[in-house]
Design a protein around this ligand. Structure first.
Ligand code: GLC
Length: 750
């Protein structure tokens, strides 16, 4: 049993016996990665990056940006890849494996998963995040949290909240309307807090509507704890606290790393600016965290080979086959002369830069794996430093000319994307595209394999490729996984979790990213990714949810039945109608076809990944809840369902809907409270207000009579708030309005 664990086991159940100074010391770290210990009451715990593997630094207190070396650990596929698997079971297993390694390396809380929404493809950290969609992000993030915590190791979901860019991330204010916040940028955090109970949440660097996340009482206390019931610990991002006392009062319990300002807490309590109960509560939450992780299973090591194979399985399940014309894939080395082109095949990029960077236990390269399968021709084609090299390009074209198929590995270089800065383009390096073109001129069949953390534009070059496999940053076993997919050892099963636009200018946030002058305005609102493209019908290169495989699936027999108020059970059959075993990701959307739209045309509300042998079929079931069809009303301060029609759609992508059923809802039954600024129309349509008006306002007929004579004038009258009728001669004096409100409030109207 570790010293920390034994201390926690025997520690008193509360922190009440601690001095104010001791309690204050708990709310700040003891170093870059450890919390503060206090006597035998609260032991220290160690926090460590994730999110896709353990970065345990080797010497001293280390530093927060991974400049020091770290102990080898399994580099699993980053979230951009793992998310593309659409496989929560796989994500849970990866989470559990990460926890195993955390335990062996003495890490009690893993700083991950990162779940920020991919608002723009330019965000430098998109490789660490799951999707443009909050439902997919929430389900996959919850799976990772559940996996990590299945061993008692803590997960710390991050970065809470609205941290969707790297530009000016420590100062910028993300200015977002509340409906967009609730429906898009907070929704995944809410799902994970409610469904997976993370031990910790990390507050982000940025401001939200002018208030730093780390000092945002509305965010950290009213919403996170008051509404969602979070019972864990809020830890700052590293260096994100600007005001110790303000952060503690807002609901942030742990500042990392320490700024040696505990005395500010003590002084504030002594001066009456901070209630000691706030400090006690924070210390108690540290204490709770230490007791939770003290119960973790402890391991001294892990099976490096087993975890490597899991990383390979995860990478295999994450790659997305965007295109496969003339069935050029899978390859057959026994029957085809195949050239492998691209330095990225020999020197793979498998993870991103910054605090998530891991020293892998092993590293597979695609070229090693493909050459082991008997493929003998390799040409570097280009240099990783992006410098033009005509001889390399010429050698690649010559090698390809002698082959039946050329597999060209392209991707973003290390310096193109990272924590700390954003991209300014979504293009591949021009040098690489030139090599592809030269190879395409020389070889009859061309396969492109992409390796990138943020999506890249394919518009300029995809005509030169018969097939495109998007492998993302696939982790340490990505090379073997890519070979498995290219050779047909298994069928590709990844699906896009982010739209690939034709052009950067088509991205809905493009005019509002990354902001300026300390502010980034989320002017596109809820219309992120497919929510924008599918509502306006804009053309995209490849849509959200898209992914091909080596067979085809047929959907049939959609059945929908109401199971409660605003609750439905949805089922359909899916069959593998092809010749090869493969997995399908069946996607469920709720759709609202309004014109003009008041909400995105459809939104993902469920998905299921099913593996099927050729000829096999299965049924897939979903539940649609009231929340799935609700929208956030800032006026009401809550979720709202309006009566009317909608549809459930089941399909293979957001643009490949196979089945659809029309449904109706009676709404949420909410009756708005009428006020003097409620319009005449709202009063007339109101179950009580209408009666009150008709019985208490004799001259009302002068207005309602317009409905026949002049519908336009009647519509105009309906749009006027009651309080504004004072100047019209229908008897709606301020006194009468007060009388009507009193009558409506008491339900009178008969
Ligand atoms: C960073 C990152 C965060 C990471 C932390 C510790 O700045 O934003 O994701 O967990 O520091 O390395």
């Amino acid at each position: 049993m570790s010293p920390d664990e034994s201390a926690a086991e025997s520690a008193p159940a509360t922190v009440d016996g601690l001095t104010l100074e001791e309690k204050a010391s708990l709310t700040s770290g003891a170093g870059t990665w450890r919390t503060t210990a206090v006597r035998d009451v609260v032991p220290a715990v160690r926090l460590g990056d994730g999110p896709h593997g353990i970065r345990r630094q080797t010497k001293g207190s280390g530093d927060a940006l991974g400049l020091d070396d770290s102990v080898p650990a399994t580099c699993f596929p980053p979230a951009v890849a793992l998310g593309s698997s659409w496989d929560p079971g796989l994500a849970r297993r990866v989470g559990a494996a990460i926890a195993r390694e955390a335990s062996a390396l003495g890490v009690d809380v893993v700083l991950g998963p990162g779940i920020n929404i991919k608002r723009s493809p330019l965000c430098g950290r998109n490789f660490e995040y799951f999707s443009e969609d909050p439902h997919l992000t929430g389900v996959m993030g919850a799976a990772v949290v559940t996996g990590i915590q299945s061993l008692g190791i803590g997960a710390c979901v991050k970065h809470f909240a609205v941290n969707n860019q790297e530009t000016d991330r420590m100062r910028v204010s993300a200015d977002v309307d509340e409906r967009t916040l609730r429906e898009i940028y907070l929704a995944a955090f809410e799902h994970i807090v409610r469904e997976a109970g993370p031990y910790a949440v990390m507050s982000s660097y940025n401001k939200i509507n002018g208030v730093y996340a780390s000092e945002n009482h509305w965010l950290l206390t009213e919403v996170l704890r008051g509404e969602w019931g979070f019972d864990g610990l809020v830890v700052s991002d590293w260096g994100a606290v600007n005001d110790r006392v303000g952060a503690l009062a807002a609901g942030l319990e742990l500042e990392m790393p320490p700024t040696r300002t505990d005395q500010e807490i003590v002084d504030a309590v002594r001066a009456g600016r901070l209630d000691e109960s706030t400090v006690t509560r924070a210390a108690g939450r540290l204490h709770t965290l230490t007791r939770r992780v003290a119960a973790a299973e402890r391991f001294d090591d892990w099976d490096v080979g087993v975890h490597h194979e899991l990383a390979r399985e995860a990478a295999r399940g994450s790659a997305v086959l965007l295109k496969n014309e003339r069935a050029v894939l899978p390859l057959d080395p026994a029957a085809q002369r195949i050239a492998v082109v691209g330095e990225s095949a020999r020197s793979p990029r498998y993870q991103g830069h910054g605090s998530s960077q891991i020293v892998p236990t092993r590293l597979d390269s695609p070229w090693d794996a493909l050459s082991a399968a008997g493929i003998a021709t390799f040409a570097a084609g280009y240099r990783l430093d992006g410098a033009p090299d005509e001889p390399l390009k010429r050698q690649a074209a010559e090698a390809a000319a002698a082959c039946d198929v050329a597999v060209v590995f392209l991707g973003l270089p290390d310096e193109a994307e990272s924590e700390g800065f954003d991209r300014t383009s979504i293009d591949l390096p021009g040098v690489q595209v030139e090599v592809l073109r030269a190879v395409a001129r020389a070889c009859p069949r061309v396969v492109v394999v992409l390796s990138n953390g943020g999506v890249v534009s394919v518009a300029d070059w995809e005509a030169d490729a018969d097939a495109i496999l998007e492998a993302w940053l696939p982790g340490q076993a990505g090379g073997s996984a890519i070979a498995d997919l290219l050779l047909g050892v298994c069928s590709p099963s990844g699906r896009l979790t982010e739209t690939i636009p034709n052009r950067l200018a088509d991205v809905p946030s493009h005019l509002h990213f990354p902001g300026a002058d300390g502010h980034v305005v989320y002017g596109e609102g809820r219309y992120v990714g497919y929510r924008y493209h599918d509502t306006l019908g804009t053309d995209v290169a490849y849509p959200f949810g898209h992914g091909l495989t080596y067979t085809r699936f047929e959907y049939s027999d959609l059945a929908v039945r109401e199971t409660g108020t605003n609750e439905w059970a949805v089922e359909c059959a899916v069959a593998n109608a092809g010749e090869r075993a493969a997995a399908e990701v069946v996607q469920l959307y709720v759709a609202f076809d309004e014109e003009p739209p008041s909400r995105p045309r459809h939104e993902l509300r469920g998905f299921a990944k099913v593996e099927l042998e050729p000829g096999a079929a299965t049924r897939v079931a979903f539940a649609v809840s009231a929340r799935d069809i609700a929208w956030w009303s800032a006026a009401r301060g809550g979720w709202r369902i309006d009566p009317g029609g909608f549809a459930v759609e089941v399909g293979a992508s957001s643009r490949d809907i196979r089945l659809r059923a029309e449904l109706t809802t009676a709404g949420d039954g909410h009756v708005d409270v009428l006020g003097r600024m409620s319009t005449l129309g709202e009063w007339l349509d109101h179950p009580v207000g209408g009666r009150v008006l008709r019985t208490r306002l004799p001259k009302l007929s002068a207005v309602t009579g317009m409905a026949e004579r002049s519908p336009a004038l009647f519509e105009l009258a309906r749009s006027i708030p009651l309080a504004k009728f004072g100047t019209f001669d229908i008897g709606l004096t301020p006194e009468v309005v007060d009388d009507l409100m009193a009558a409506a409030a008491t339900g009178q109207g008969s």
